[in-house]
Design a protein around this ligand. Structure first.
Ligand SMILES: C[S@@+](CC[C@H](N)C(=O)[O-])C[C@H]1O[C@@H](n2cnc3c(N)ncnc32)[C@H](O)[C@@H]1O
Length: 217
């Protein structure tokens, strides 16, 4: 991961968000809702502006922050996002209405592992963004990759898990230790997939970008 000094230095260059977006950021902080780190989301938005996807699937909406940021950054894109927590799902709908992005964003309430048929109605997707339960990344990937268009992209957040995947130090907490092992296994599996080209960026909490090679390459 980059040093605290470098991260701090770079933060000054991150553009100011508008008041509605800052309100969602404040709500997330006050209610301990895990939304994407600012450097991570800015990097992902820049990448998406270059790739210009029209259809995005997000697994893990929380209160709609990243979906709204994507909708605002890509006015021609439609986003399907899944959330299993009812309170967060309702908050997401509230902020989506408030920010005028409801034409672009469809929130599906339920566990991502159970709503495949609902999601498939909106396929194929140009981008799939995985940002839900860390222990299930491989299952999400394998379940939804059939809905990705040829040469589409799968983005996974939190793949460095605060740097814990890279440290030799034993992790005390059993749950965290198990998650670290699962993310390590996911990263190794992902890099080993010869039908995708994957790069891991040490930005935010670590972002994996996996580009499907497609038949023509
Ligand atoms: C890190 S948060 C998502 C943050 C959001 N992408 C953002 O940056 O604004 C992860 C969310 O995924 C949800 N989640 C976890 N596992 C899930 C599953 N199997 N199906 C649907 N949602 C899930 C959690 O309830 C949580 O709100």
């Amino acid at each position: 991961m980059i040093s605290k000094e470098v991260a701090h230095y770079l933060e000054q260059f991150i553009p100011e968000r508008d008041e509605q977006i800052k309100e969602i950021e404040r709500y997330a902080e006050q209610h301990h809702i895990p939304i994407m780190e600012i450097a991570g989301i800015e990097t992902m938005l820049q990448l998406l502006k270059i790739a210009k996807p029209k259809r995005i699937l997000e697994i893990g909406a929380a209160i709609g922050y990243s979906a709204i940021r994507m909708a605002k950054a890509l006015p021609d894109a439609n986003i399907v996002t899944i959330e299993r927590d009812q309170g967060r799902y309702e908050r997401a709908l509230f902020y989506i209405n408030k920010t005028g992005t409801s034409e672009q964003i469809r929130v599906i309430f339920g566990d991502a592992l159970n709503v495949y048929n609902d999601v498939a109605k909106y396929a194929p997707f140009d981008v799939i963004f995985i940002d839900a339960a860390k222990g299930q990344y491989q299952r999400f990937f394998q379940m939804y990759e059939p809905l990705l268009q040829e040469s589409g992209m799968i983005i996974t957040d939190n793949v460095l898990f605060k740097g814990l995947v890279a440290t030799e130090e034993p992790v005390e907490n059993k749950r965290i230790r198990q998650l670290v092992s699962k993310i390590r296994r996911y990263n190794e599996w992902l890099i080993g997939r010869s039908d995708y080209e994957t790069v891991i960026l040490p930005i935010g909490d670590g972002i994996a970008i996996s580009r499907k090679r497609g038949e023509k390459q």
